[in-house]
Design a protein around this ligand. Sequence first.
Ligand code: ZN
Length: 344
Amino acid sequence: MKRSFEEECENDDLAERIALSCYNQYNLLSSRGKPSSNEWTHLAGFVGVEDDNNIRVLSIGTGTKCLGGEKDERGTQGCLLHDSHAEVIARRSLMKFFYEEILNENNSILIKQEKNKFYLNKSIRLYLFVSYPPCGSAAYLSDPIKRPKFEHKSLNSSGEELYLKPGKGYATTSLSCTNKINRWIYQGIEGTLLNQFIISPINLTSLIIQTNTNLSSIFKNISVKSVNKPFEYDPSSERIRPCPMSIAWWSGLDISSSVITVDGHSLGQIRKLRHKQQYASPIAKCSLFKLYLQLMENLSSTTITYAEAKALSSNSLRNQFILNNPQWTTTDPNIFYSFTLTST
Ligand SMILES: [Zn+2]
């Protein structure tokens, strides 16, 4: 049904307020990890909006970098963040927030139905805001000149182009943010492990993107709102280099304690500790896996592998997605998902 003019205006206003709420939350965070005067970065945020349109920022992510696909670079213990683009950091931070809600049983967003079974508060709508068109198809539609030549490209079953993220002069094995967001829209935002505690997949209500381009043809299964609210740290004639650092923050974390990573590990981490799980970022695979195992009391936390835990998911949409998209990932689960938890 076509919406009335009044409803459209109301939604535009809400989209702008969501963008500003994300910028305001970012500005509240400590200066650690923020760009210097000649650096730019991207920002993404997940936002919960209540029935009365009260806005609550649930997580924030910044970042522009991605590790290469080699074993030596990525490590095999789930300690490093392979993909540090803003959307991915914001989503990992959202998952950390969800785990804390479940573990603390002091829930405002995830409501307990029974032991280890939760659902999204029915009075909350969930939005993803991004301060720029996500990399891959959305970015190329917005600015065709930026289309790099070396990226692998193929089509998935719904005719969507798959792009790999660029690395330092080569294509990595991480899919573009456009592809990842479309997957989240299809199967739910919560991921394979967290899904085991969620009654039905958590869906986004809408995407809000700072751009002049209509991106509805790229994100076909969700409403997309474009807003014109420039981010202070957008690329410009002064801001010419991407900031190498990423900031992660989630609701409940003190604003002075945002998590800073560079090259997938905590800022300042000495080399020999980078592959030790107890020193990993709180949003790294191994750290979220630890929270999962705290909840799964019946599993042996020292013998089950990350891959085995993922296989316990019964999300039929996820299984369908994997069947339909055999080319989706080039990450080898036998190398990168076969770790167990070594820290307790
Ligand atoms: Zn990206």
